[in-house]
Design a protein around this ligand. Structure first.
Ligand SMILES: [Zn+2]
Length: 149
């Protein structure tokens, strides 16, 4: 037998689970490496036998379960906080709108049409200028973005 003994054979020998045949004995007598390996396995197995089994009498579940993170609560569709915030927002916007709406309607009744149209045209011109300025600034930013790209 030229080949070394396999790990399985060595382990079985160390555990005395396998009948040792002549071939194995002669190999072990001649081969330092296999003898050493067998001795190591025997050492390992005797060490394993002498290791005390850990005591598992304590309630591991009771110890571990409180340490585990609790599953995340299912997200509620709409919180009451959000609803109150929405109501508050609507109230804040609607109260002045209601007041000024009434005021503007009274104003329109008393102001002549000519005056009203002048105000309207003036407002439109101002809004137009503002819009143009905003659009121009956006165009400039866009050009800057294109420049840097
Ligand atoms: Zn060998």
């Amino acid at each position: 037998m030229k080949n070394h003994l396999s790990d399985n054979v060595l382990q079985a020998l160390a555990l005395d689970q396998q009948q040792v045949n002549e071939e194995m004995i002669t190999h072990l007598e001649q081969c330092d490496r296999c003898r050493e390996a067998l001795a190591n396995y025997q050492l390992l197995f005797t060490a394993l036998k002498t290791v005390e089994k850990p005591s598992l009498e304590i309630d591991i579940e009771a110890l571990v379960m409180p340490q585990l993170p609790k599953p995340a609560p299912v997200r509620q569709p709409v919180g009451w906080g959000n609803i109150w915030l929405a109501i508050l927002g609507v109230a804040i916007f609607s109260v002045p709108l209601f007041i000024t709406g009434r005021f503007i309607r009274n104003l329109f009744k008393e102001v002549p049409v000519m005056m009203l149209s002048i105000i309207l045209v003036g407002t439109l011109i101002i809004v137009g200028f503002l819009l143009r300025e905003i659009i121009n600034s956006y165009k400039e930013r866009k050009q800057l973005l294109n420049f840097y790209q």
